[in-house]
Design a protein around this ligand. Structure first.
Ligand code: S3P
Length: 172
């Protein structure tokens, strides 16, 4: 069975959606960031601080290629996974890729009290979200499907995703 692949900006609700979908479908949820943390024995912040973003991206790419070989799972991707075309190709080969879209305002509201995202450790995270999201939008839009999340409940969004997967499995 095709994997469900969740992409989107930090704070778009990928992890919450992975849990919700897991409950609804019985599929296992796999967090790529968690696999990276387990493999390195360090937090994402520590990896960025001690080894740098480039090191993180290489590791992330390796983890993506391993996760893409799984079957019938929900893959919760870090927000930067889409930047590498090989990652997208691998994930699309065995799954359907969903872009969980949210406005910068909504993203800021969701993440403002959290401190574990190295790329948003800046004096003006709201401005950083806007500029980074604008730069990344063309990459997110390479997903198979875009799902708007603003103002919608996780259950509603999960239903949409399950309906699409059901439809695609019939036509596959
Ligand atoms: C990143 C997003 C993070 C994490 C790392 C880099 C990004 O994951 O992988 O901090 O480049 O957008 P979340 O999207 O789960 O916060």
């Amino acid at each position: 069975m095709l994997n469900i692949v969740l992409t989107g900006f930090m704070g778009a609700g990928k992890s919450l959606m992975a849990e919700t979908l897991s409950r609804l479908t019985g599929r296992k949820a796999v967090s790529l960031d968690q696999l990276i943390v387990d493999r390195e024995g360090m937090s994402i912040n520590e990896i960025f601080d001690d080894k740098g973003e480039q090191y993180f991206r290489i590791l992330e790419k390796q983890i993506v290629s391993e996760a893409a070989q799984m079957d019938n799972v929900i893959i919760d991707c870090g927000g930067g996974v889409v930047l590498d075309p090989d990652n997208m190709k691998n994930l699309k080969a065995t799954g359907r890729v969903f872009y969980l879209s949210a406005t910068p305002r909504e993203i800021y509201d969701r993440i403002k009290d959290e401190g574990h995202r190295p790329l948003l450790k800046t004096p003006d995270p709201a401005a950083r979200i806007e500029s980074l999201l604008e730069k990344r939008l063309p990459y997110y839009q390479k997903a198979d499907y875009t799902i708007e999340t603003d103002g919608r409940s996780p259950e509603e969004i999960a239903r949409d995703i399950v309906d699409i997967m059901d439809r695609d499995s019939k036509t596959a």
